[in-house]
Write a protein of this length. Structure first.
Length: 285
């Protein structure tokens, strides 16, 4: 399989005078530099504290995604920031004991896992879409990235694979939608020399959620698998286990599980770097 396009961008955010010692180096990983209309591109990120003050972050990846991580169009439209609402939600979050936070200490790096972050903007689809990735720290303070750029493209082809509702696969489900359940089409989208698996909403035909890259020529098969919301995806002889709700692979070869591979390797590197930082601090004491 040909490797998928990647985008790696390093950012430095400078704080206001009030937070003069709060700085971070944010590494964003996008797994392709193009999107089709209606797509929410995904990726992951690392956060390195390059300041002298601790940075308070939600421990759980889903809470971090819901309350601290934001993707916003660039140039930013002030109205879309919803800063009052974001601050109110953040304060409620901080007041709830069940949600844990941790302090990312100066010099240390953190990598979130177990979550697919949708890091693209929801701004109007165009040939070139610019956006920033921001981390909210409360009291109106953001760590903002410099702009990322993603191309808006027209796919060469879209191949229908299956229709999914809960634990069932098959096109016959189109007439069996039940209240409280969503029906999704699984499709393979090809653009130039890349082919990607998507789930596509049947309620909103232009809502696409990318899952993973596929080989260019292999036949793709989707089967039920043991466990709630789990499916087995066959890419030729390679098999993957898909958690449908999370749109994430729980198992699969590295050429398909690009998110898992990058996260695993980057976390190992971060742990090694953090160990060096802590060792130097101990030696300096």
């Amino acid at each position: 399989m040909k490797k998928c396009c990647t985008m790696i961008t390093l950012f430095i955010s400078s704080a206001s005078l009030l937070f003069a010692e709060t700085n971070a180096l944010i590494e964003v990983k996008l797994f392709k530099d193009w999107e089709i209309k209606g797509e929410r591109g995904f990726g992951n990120l690392t956060i390195k504290n390059t300041g002298t003050a601790p940075i308070l972050l939600a421990k759980d990846a889903s809470i971090f995604d819901g309350f601290q991580l934001h993707a916003r169009s660039f140039p930013a439209k002030r109205a879309e920031y919803r800063e009052d609402e974001i601050e109110s939600d953040y304060r409620i979050l901080r007041s709830m004991e069940e949600f844990e936070f941790f302090s990312l200490l100066p010099g240390e790096t953190h990598v979130y896992e177990g979550r697919k972050f949708y890091l693209s903007t929801r701004s109007a689809f165009s040939e070139e879409m610019r956006f920033i990735v921001s981390i909210y720290l409360g009291n109106g303070f953001w760590l903002d990235s410099e702009p990322l750029v993603v191309k808006g493209v027209v796919a060469a082809s879209e191949e229908y694979l299956a229709t999914v509702l809960g634990k069932t696969v098959g096109s016959e489900l189109a007439s069996e939608k039940r209240s409280g359940f969503n029906i999704w089409d699984m499709v393979a989208v090809t653009y130039k020399n890349e082919r990607w698996l998507y789930k596509k909403s049947t309620d909103s035909p232009h809502s696409y959620y990318p899952i993973c890259p596929l080989s260019l020529t292999n036949k793709i098969r989707i089967e039920e698998h043991e466990g709630e919301n789990l499916f087995k995806i066959w890419d030729g002889d390679n098999s993957m286990i898909l958690h449908f709700t999370k749109s994430m692979l729980l198992e699969g070869p590295d050429e398909n599980d690009v998110l898992g591979k990058w996260t695993r390797e980057r976390k190992q590197q971060a742990e090694a770097d953090n160990a060096k930082v802590r060792r130097k601090k101990q030696e300096a004491q």
